[in-house]
Design a binder for this molecule. Structure first.
Ligand code: GDP
Ligand code: MN
Length: 382
């Protein structure tokens, strides 16, 4: 789960990582109250779970209440890369001397934690990694050993942080590591980490991704519930007990078995199309499950065709065929179905469906042929 910046900053605070005083606001009036508490000048910051808010106009400096009114009014409700801004974080503005980058994440191929620090902060770190990889100092940390102040001290020196920032930054990194490990983060990133003109080092931004698998030992994470940006399709699918993941394409996918569902995405891509979702209906594939799956896919505005890919093993194809016929009578479908049915009792299944063939239900012999037809019906190769 990704946290909003303000949640990330609260999380940091538990581990003694310094940030600017501030508060959250959902209205212009609340923003004014928070600004008065934080002390002018303040920064008005859009809370959305995407980077590059600054460039998108979602971060503005305000010197007085009139400017808070103006900026909070403009930013609340703004769309940033498809995310609507429902809240702004108001914090006391910092006087920046230098902007740095610091993060902890897992390097899966090294089987170790990775700490990265750069004196080139405040900009897109992926870009720094590409254009000036030498500007990023890295160390791998064995999770058994943990990290020491000696290591972080050497790292900030290697990264070339200002001498005045080094001791504070080294200590902050030890705390950030504690936050990352004890706080069960997949990512704890500060960009920018700043040195202020008064000589203090603190986090100006916070990007925290929590490891959902560790939720069982963090009852306090309950506070983040309800603030997640939800995919309505996934909510509906979950209610119906389906293994569904929303994607951005136009071909709806239904398959039995996770492996077959993955292969179905691949074959749709190979045919030049793009999948609207991943959906594994599992073993049963009876009328109830099929109707639920069709309903979820039908609710997706982007879907133009539905590719049902079933391989009968223990599942028998005549049951699947009956399930599809019944489900189609229950759900008023907006898109045509392209079906590939193979495996146990496939002939029987296809003969049941023969009576229902139309331009709304097309049966293909092979997976690739079905993918091509589904992609064509969805508007062709992109
Ligand atoms: P992002 O664009 O989504 O990564 O948002 P950030 O929180 O990183 O802010 C982007 C940029 O806004 C920073 O790199 C700073 O240059 C600027 N900024 C944010 N807060 C302050 C502040 O308190 N004072 C000043 N002077 N600039 C700020
Ligand atoms: Mn940032």
């Amino acid at each position: 789960m990704d946290l909003y910046e303000y949640q990330g900053k609260h999380y940091f605070a538990r581990f003694g990582i310094p940030t600017s005083p501030g508060g959250i606001a959902e209205t212009v009036d609340e923003a004014l109250t928070q600004a008065a508490d934080a002390g002018y000048p303040v920064v008005v910051k859009a809370q959305v779970k995407v980077g590059g808010r600054g460039k998108a106009g979602g971060i503005k400096l305000a010197n007085d209440p009139d400017e808070v009114r103006e900026h909070a009014g403009a930013i609340l409700g703004m769309d940033i890369k498809g995310h609507r801004v429902d809240r702004v974080w108001i914090e006391h503005a910092s006087d920046i001397a230098h902007e740095y980058y610091a993060s902890f994440t897992l390097d899966r191929s090294a089987k170790k934690h990775l700490c990265m620090v750069s004196a080139k902060g405040g900009v897109d770190i992926e870009e720094v990694a590409e254009t000036d990889p030498g500007a990023i100092a890295r160390i791998h940390i064995d999770p058994v050993d943990g990290i020491s102040l000696d290591q972080t001290t050497a790292l900030v020196a290697e990264a070339g942080l200002h001498p005045e920032a080094q001791a504070q930054a080294a200590e902050l990194l030890v705390r950030l590591y504690a936050c990352y490990v004890e706080g069960d983060c997949d990512l704890a990133e500060i960009n920018p980490l700043i040195l202020t003109t008064e000589g203090a080092v603190h986090a100006l931004d916070a990007k925290v991704t929590l490891d959902d698998n560790a939720a069982f030992r963090h009852p306090e994470w309950a506070e983040f519930e309800g603030t997640e940006e939800v995919d309505e399709r996934e909510v509906l699918a979950k209610e119906k007990g389906l293994n569904y993941i929303g994607l951005s394409g136009s071909v709806g996918i239904i398959a039995n078995g996770a492996g077959l569902a993955m292969s179905t995405l691949d074959v749709v891509t190979r045919a030049g199309g793009s999948a609207a979702n991943f959906l594994d209906i599992g073993g049963g594939a009876n009328a109830d499950v099929m109707a639920a799956a069709l309903e979820v896919i039908n609710s997706d505005e982007a879907v133009r065709s539905i590719f049902v890919n079933i391989f009968g093993g223990i599942t028998r194809c005549e049951e699947v065929a009956n399930g599809i016929v019944e489900a189609m009578s229950r759900v008023d479908l907006k898109s045509p179905i392209v079906l590939r049915l193979d495996g146990t009792n496939a002939e029987e299944g296809r003969s049941i469906l023969a009576a229902h063939h139309s331009d709304r239900l097309i049966v293909e012999e092979t997976m690739l042929a079905a993918a091509k037809t589904a992609v064509e019906l969805a508007g062709g190769v992109k």
